[in-house]
Design a protein around this ligand. Structure first.
Ligand code: CIR
Length: 254
């Protein structure tokens, strides 16, 4: 059984953090509609949804992925690199408590869940403007006793490691090698995004299906050519806030 924790789009979304994109007007109604369709898609794929209410004072709170790293054995509440996002943690911790033992990242460490790529028993962790080396070290200390290896990865040109690389099943990572050094990913098959779609590496694997943005048709075709099952969602409004498909849910087996 899969559970997906999501949070409704904040009416304050226009005040979101932006790092690599210029601020553009976001159509809030369309963002809410697209997010609902995304949640419906997760439900169709068998997820039991826990939809947390919108938080007007927390513009980026729809991006629940950044607040926690959820493994089968435990959940780690992060300490987001953007101070404006630290108020997001309490509700996420409360939602996760019935399912997992809780551990926490503590100051001066910072860690965003979007920087943690879980593939097999390895957690690759991006060093970015949001995640520092202390964040990686604390995560390692917490998860190593549970049999996970933690490897740090430098990321350039995008917000999070998972903007550059995600696990899509069949021993494969979908990757933009321009943003991350592929050398560290030995042992996995690497599938490159189409060069015309640099932001196309963020894909969400739910069971055997890849939830994937409609905005990247070329990379979608590549995935389908490789026999991946793809279900598309329109994510264009939240993409203006630098959010991708992994960012909007925390999926756990329960
Ligand atoms: C931020 O800058 O924190 C948000 N505007 C976007 C966060 C996207 N989250 C993710 O990629 N995991």
């Amino acid at each position: 059984m899969l559970t997906a924790i999501t949070r409704e789009v904040s009416p304050g979304l226009a005040r979101c953090e932006l790092t690599h994109l210029k601020r553009r007007p976001i159509n809030l109604k369309a963002a809410i509609r697209q997010h609902r369709a995304y949640c419906q898609c997760l439900a169709q794929l068998g997820c039991n949804l826990i939809a947390l209410p919108a938080e007007p004072g927390l513009p980026d709170s729809v991006f629940v992925e950044d607040a926690a790293v959820v493994l089968d054995e435990l959940a780690v509440i992060t300490r987001p690199g953007a101070e404006s996002r630290r108020g997001e943690l309490a509700a996420i911790e409360e939602a996760l408590t019935p399912f997992r033992q809780i551990e926490r990242i503590r100051a001066p460490a910072t860690l965003d869940g979007g920087d943690v790529l879980h593939a097999g028993s390895t957690l690759y962790v991006g060093i970015t403007s949001r995640t520092n080396r202390q964040g990686v070290a604390q995560l390692r200390e917490i998860v190593q006793p549970h049999g996970y290896r933690v490897k740090s990865v430098s990321v350039t040109g995008c917000l999070h490691l998972k903007s550059a690389c995600t696990f899509v099943g069949q021993e494969t990572l979908l990757i933009n090698r321009g943003w991350v050094d592929e050398e560290l990913f030995g042992g996995w098959n690497l599938l490159d995004v189409d060069p015309a779609e640099p932001a196309a590496a963020n894909a969400l694997l739910v069971g055997e299906t890849i939830v994937y943005p409609t905005a990247y048709p070329r990379t979608r075709s590549l995935l389908e050519d490789h026999e991946f099952i793809v279900k598309t969602v329109d994510n264009t409004e939240l993409a203006k806030a630098e959010g991708g498909v992994t960012c909007c849910s925390l999926i756990l087996s329960s």
